[in-house]
Design a binder for this molecule. Structure first.
Ligand code: NAD
Length: 376
């Protein structure tokens, strides 16, 4: 079977779905050919020469689409020409966001493609090695702290120098899932005082174990719904947490928000009034920007200054660390592909929980999702 890797064409996307190292792995496992589009890895610092040495064949874009039995991508194929180019009867593995991208899913079904969504891989222990959402969230949390620091005019760490004592910066992280915990650990390593907040009580111990303070409100309400995911909180709870954030806004230098509820718009937790209450020079990084943002002032995809406060709403943080994110994504996708089968043994087994959980189109049929997000 031929595995194909096109260059990602989504605006400013720098990742690539497969690294040279994993080309070698797939070749060793018996895949007949790995076809890589010319310059597919260039933005992630993987050269065509590295791919060739690993056993890939560098080809044109047309040839990747025409000749690949299994197509590996990061972003969903773009609606229109790109999705029409996916070879009929082939298998696609990429982030797909099937609910938001229904026309793309329908086009894949028409082409009798088998399509897997990396964003639908069930979050069970066995599937952790394929969990690309967690890999990307981990990178986004790390990069969020670096972006905040780059736009903050002071140290994050405290220092005692001959020129005077410097206090550490204070960082508030709202939402302590994968991205939030990664932001907390990064800010701690840079020496900041870090506070974390989450609606799930299980997050308390995790936040504290990273050396951060866990903030709480007086209302007792459990935020953990089914499968460790968050649920929509009561109006009273949201009001109490927002009152807490208003107080925090006056005190902290950096706020990183990551609060998300699967299948729901991001809760609006930081109002323009809170932004105005922050000290000039403060920074907000809103990791929920793509889902509408946790902060009223966020402009998705942009960095701008709102009353002296820098508000960062970048939606491509993993792509801003392209070598790292490509490496982890490629590891996730390669292990997932090999779990389905290698070359002559490649067969889609719908009895396999991970396969069934992540498959969106099977032989041209759009299958219903078996692991729906927990009800709100
Ligand atoms: P996420 O990206 O969906 O959400 C981020 C965080 O926002 C969550 O921790 C959530 O509780 C929090 N949140 C929601 N509403 C909030 C509010 N109003 N105020 C403050 N915080 C709010 O979450 P995630 O990173 O996908 O992680 C969710 C859970 O899934 C975690 O418990 C994580 O450990 C677990 N998980 C398990 C696996 C696995 O078993 N393979 C893999 C990844 C994550």
């Amino acid at each position: 079977l031929a595995v194909g890797v096109p260059r990602e064409t989504f605006q400013s996307e720098r990742r690539v779905a497969l690294t040279p190292q994993n080309v070698q792995v797939l070749r060793k496992k018996g895949f007949g050919k790995v076809l890589v589009e010319k310059d597919a890895g260039a933005s992630a610092q993987f050269s065509d020469e590295q791919y060739t040495s690993a056993g890939a064949i560098i080809v044109s874009r047309d040839e990747v689409y025409n000749s690949s039995d299994i197509l590996l991508k990061v972003r969903p194929p773009l609606d229109g020409q790109e999705v029409q180019n996916v070879k009929a009867g082939s298998t696609l593995i990429s982030f797909l966001y099937p609910v938001q991208n229904k026309p793309i899913v329908d086009a894949l079904a028409q082409r009798k493609v088998n399509a897997f969504a990396m964003d639908w891989i069930p979050r069970i222990s066995r599937a952790q090695t394929y969990d690309a959402l967690s890999s990307m969230a981990n990178i986004a949390g790390y990069k969020a702290v670096l972006e905040a620091s780059n736009n903050f005019a002071r140290y994050l760490t405290g220092q005692t120098t001959a020129a005077g004592k410097i206090p550490p910066a204070k960082v508030l992280v709202i939402g302590a899932g994968v991205a939030g915990l990664s932001a907390i650990v990064t800010a701690r390593r840079m020496g900041a005082i870090v506070r974390g907040f989450d609606t799930r009580s299980a997050a308390r111990e995790q936040v504290q174990s990273l050396g951060a303070e866990f903030l709480e409100v007086s209302i007792k309400e459990e935020g953990g719904g089914g499968g460790g995911y968050a649920k929509v909180m009561s109006k009273e709870f949201i009001a109490a947490e927002m009152a807490l954030f208003m107080e925090q806004a006056k005190d902290v230098d950096i706020i990183i928000t990551t609060a998300l509820i699967p299948g729901q718009p991001a809760p609006k937790l930081i109002t323009s009034e809170m932004v105005a209450a922050m000290k000039p020079g403060s920074v907000i990084v809103d990791l929920a920007a793509e889902a509408g943002g946790n902060c009223e002032a966020t402009r998705p995809g942009e960095l701008y200054i709102h009353n002296g406060v820098t508000v960062i709403g970048y939606t491509d943080l993993p792509s801003r660390l392209p070598t790292q994110s490509s490496t982890l994504y490629s590891n996730n996708v390669t292990k997932f592909l090999l779990s389905i089968g290698s070359d002559s043994k490649f067969s889609i087994d719908l009895e396999d929980e991970v396969v069934r959980g992540s498959i969106v189109v099977h032989e041209g049929n759009v299958l219903p999702r078996v692991v729906p997000p927990p009800p709100p």
